[in-house]
Design a protein around this ligand. Structure first.
Ligand code: NAD
Ligand code: UDP
Ligand code: UDP
Length: 319
């Protein structure tokens, strides 16, 4: 029975009070796992996991992963890291420390326990890609000294550390490259495009398109992403990844703005603002590997996922 697949397993989720982490904690609890949610609440919040606090299998710990952590668990999902450009560029040195020192500490912990450990990597390791769509064997096109580098290079170094712990210490690792994911519990002010457009539309404020809006992204609904991560964690130790998880449906930011306007019924005007430096022009996952390995593909189309996300933002922030 799926609900009992994780029965008795102790699972740690770093960044568990964040957007993706809170959904992952919820799903792990539903499987019967004991869940330890570790977070320093930089971009996450206790509110995101408030509904889980009564569950006797759930425990939270305020901790910064750049410092060592000694706990006993069977599996680790390492999600701790600010994810939106506004948040990760706020304190770029801390962002790199979180990715790199955080990875070293969590890998050291996993090594001591011989625990399976999954890294939440990102499509940003492909940078502003010159190969489209992006397969896992594309090495990427990243500016090492630009404003996005703290995140991109931090995540790339974390991947290096994961594979070196695997090769050097035989550690069971899973590296998943997550493409733009959205849904309820996104931070309303994190500056990401989906949350920005929805909040602007609901408040009747101008929709801010950076540049001419022809750049593309591929948006995955959070439930699909979490399902992919769980399935990947369940695969045998020979499957290390890296594995792309995302929705291959590709849209321009102009198309996204139009969808949000239609689904909210808003009459907000569209305004254009300066395109941020090194903003990737196109992004779309090649998910052939995930399909074959996990028998997985996204189920929630963008319109439906946006409608659910809009309902959340409307109820939580705009009533
Ligand atoms: P989020 O900002 O909502 O969650 C990140 C969580 O990590 C927050 O709860 C934050 O407080 C916590 N955190 C940050 N620094 C920490 C530290 N030093 N110690 C402990 N906790 C810390 O973002 P998210 O969208 O949920 O992203 C989760 C993970 O997935 C991140 O690693 C991110 O890089 C990765 N990812 C997300 C996306 C996406 O589209 N959402 C895409 C690619 C990769
Ligand atoms: N570490 C931790 N928890 C543990 C074990 C290790 O946080 O249970 C951290 C510790 O800070 C250590 C790092 O992980 O420096 C890397 O551990 P490893 O064993 O790989 O190397 P060490 O630095 O101990 O030689
Ligand atoms: N973007 C936009 N308006 C906004 C916020 C973002 O046009 O208010 C654009 C941004 O320039 C980028 C895309 O939307 O091209 C996705 O941005 P986001 O910050 O969500 O994610 P990332 O760039 O990390 O994929």
């Amino acid at each position: 029975m799926t609900a009992l697949r994780g029965y008795g397993k102790r699972v740690m989720v770093t960044g568990g009070a964040g957007f993706l982490g809170s959904h992952l904690c919820e799903r792990l609890l539903a499987r019967g796992c004991e869940v330890l949610c570790v977070d320093n609440y930089f971009t996450g919040s206790r509110q995101n996991v408030a509904h889980l606090l009564d569950n006797r299998l759930f425990e939270t710990m305020r901790h910064d992963v750049t410092f060592p952590l000694y706990v006993e668990v069977d599996e680790i999902y390492n999600l701790a890291c600010p994810a939106s450009p506004v948040h990760y560029q706020h304190d770029p040195v801390q962002t790199t420390k979180t990715s790199v020192h955080g990875a070293i500490n969590m890998l050291g912990l996993a090594k001591r326990l011989n625990a399976k450990i999954l890294q939440a990597s990102t499509s940003e390791v492909y940078g502003d890609p010159s190969v489209h769509p992006q397969p896992e064997d594309y090495w990427g096109h990243v500016n090492a000294i630009g404003p996005r580098a703290c995140y991109d290079e931090g995540k790339r170094c974390a991947e290096t550390l994961f594979f070196d712990y695997h090769r050097q210490h035989g550690l069971p690792i899973k590296v998943v490259r997550i493409f733009n994911t959205y849904g309820p519990r996104m931070h309303p002010n994190d500056g990401r495009v989906v949350s920005n457009f929805i909040m602007q539309a609901l408040r009747g404020e101008p929709i801010t398109i950076y540049g001419d809006g022809s750049q593309t992204r591929s948006f995955c609904y959070v439930d699909d992403l979490v399902e992919g991560m769980l399935r990947f964690m369940d695969t045998g130790a020979e499957h290390t990844g890296p594995l792309n998880i995302g929705n291959p449906g590709e849209f321009t930011m102009l198309e996204l703005a139009e969808k949000v306007l239609r689904l909210t019924g808003s009459s907000s005007p569209i305004v254009h603002k300066e395109l941020p430096q090194d903003d990737p022009k196109q992004r779309r996952p090649d998910i052939a590997r995930a399909k074959a390995l996990l028998d997985w593909e996204p189920q929630v189309p963008l319109d439906e996922g946006l409608a659910r996300t809009i309902a959340y933002f409307r109820q939580r922030f705009v009533t």
